[in-house]
Design a binder for this molecule. Structure first.
Ligand code: SF4
Ligand code: SF4
Length: 137
């Protein structure tokens, strides 16, 4: 298919999401759907990032907050379990890290070139709550 810029399309032109038929999109995993070349799923935006989120499953409670809030559908969840990040479509906004409720967080932002094993080895420890002082009358 000939690639056009955004201003090369006729007014009212339609872009096909899929090449061919898809029977049940809800039960077909994204990677198994027959996306067309004009669907944004086929375009990688990985080079937009300067920082990336990395996932530490040791602390994850599968709350799915990251999946709900990710604006790019880049959190991969299977059977309500967080399994990883789609780095072809993640733009590095950091929202998933903001909403992750665990202590320490199960997702943290790192420089794009950081190796995962090194990041996991440097993961912060659980933060202790400050002692509460109870004042007596
Ligand atoms: S950094 Fe942003 S785009 Fe990437 S997985 Fe997290 S919320 Fe989604
Ligand atoms: S927000 Fe954090 S704890 Fe919840 S599923 Fe995502 S990584 Fe796991």
């Amino acid at each position: 298919m000939e690639k056009k810029g955004w201003d090369g399309f006729e007014i009212g032109a339609m872009l096909r999401s899929f090449d061919g038929a898809i029977r049940d999109i809800a039960t077909t995993l994204p990677e198994d759907r027959p996306y067309s070349q004009s669907n944004s799923f086929t375009a990688s935006v990985a080079d937009w990032r300067i920082e990336k989120p990395l996932f530490n499953k040791d602390y994850c409670i599968d709350c799915q907050f990251c999946w709900v809030y990710c604006p790019d559908m880049s959190i991969i969840s299977r059977d309500k379990k967080m399994v990883g990040i789609d780095f072809d479509h993640c733009k590095g906004c950091g929202i998933c890290v903001e909403v992750c409720p665990t202590n320490p967080k199960s997702l943290l932002m790192f420089p794009e070139q950081k190796e995962e094993e090194v990041a996991l080895a440097e993961w912060p420890q659980k933060e202790k709550k400050a002692d509460t002082v109870v004042e007596e009358d």
